[in-house]
Design a protein. Structure first.
Length: 255
């Protein structure tokens, strides 16, 4: 009798294990605006393993609106298990929206590397640079890692360095309040769009070279990153909306 119960117990354990495994493999992100009329799809990841930004929901809503305006589907998840080959098959761009710390498994990292190498795109917003410090490839994809920031938020002057598709709507100097990161830059090939004027606020540590928004080609794909996006209010700023919109379209190879 004991042997019989033990066998049944072990079968149950194996069954539960298989169910959990399959649910992880087949985890499907939620589509916020899917339509057959849309031209492509992006996947927004908001998983955090450290600080959780209050602006995440506001950012998701903005990206959905940008998708509606530009005819692309916006999928969302706060679970990195969505980064698998099946889910990414029809995705053009991965957007890391205020992710933090180590969130991807080794297998998910491999999937993401192959995704970019297949000619796909990446967009990082704010604390996407505060993510995956031990993964050198990711650091080079983003272009820099978060190092520190002054306490609180403050208004600073953002200087337009490149006058192209991302920033032609901006004045040479843009004053905006947010939380301002200092960085350890990891890729010399970034094309700088915006820099911070450290004389306009207290707590800058990068000196005369303080990029805050940039783009570049990387490992067969495209990458766009902006350090703005801590405060909810940033996501309703018309200048930021246009900047992010162009960043997503660039990463999605919409030229």
């Amino acid at each position: 009798m004991r042997l019989f119960l033990y066998i049944r117990f072990m079968r149950l354990i194996i069954l539960l294990s298989l169910i959990n495994s399959n649910s992880s493999i087949n985890y499907i992100p939620n589509c916020l605006n899917c339509s057959n009329d849309n031209d492509f799809s992006v996947l927004v990841l908001t998983e955090t393993a450290d600080y959780v930004h209050e602006s995440i929901d506001t950012g998701i809503e903005l990206i959905k609106k940008i998708g509606d305006r530009n005819k692309f589907n916006v999928y969302h998840s706060d679970d990195s298990s969505v980064i698998n080959y099946n889910n990414l098959e029809n995705i053009k761009t991965l957007i890391f929206l205020n992710t933090t710390a180590d969130i991807l498994s080794d297998e998910e990292q491999l999937v993401m590397e192959k995704f970019i190498r297949s000619g796909k795109g990446y967009v990082g917003i704010h604390s996407a640079s505060d993510t995956e410090y031990g993964w050198k490839w990711y650091g080079e994809l983003v272009g820099g890692y978060f190092k520190s920031h002054p306490d609180g938020t403050t208004t600073a002057k953002v200087l337009k360095i490149e006058n192209g598709r991302f920033s032609k709507h901006l004045e040479p100097v843009w004053e905006i309040e947010d939380e301002w990161y200092n960085y350890n830059y990891t890729n010399d090939s970034i094309n700088v769009i915006l820099e911070l004027d450290e004389e306009s606020y207290y707590g800058g540590e990068n000196g005369d070279y303080h990029p805050i928004t940039w783009y570049h080609n990387y490992d067969g794909g495209r990458s766009f990153y902006t350090g703005l996006g801590h405060l909810k209010e940033v996501y309703s700023n018309k200048m930021f909306i246009k900047l992010l919109e162009q960043g997503i379209l660039y990463a999605s190879f919409v030229d």
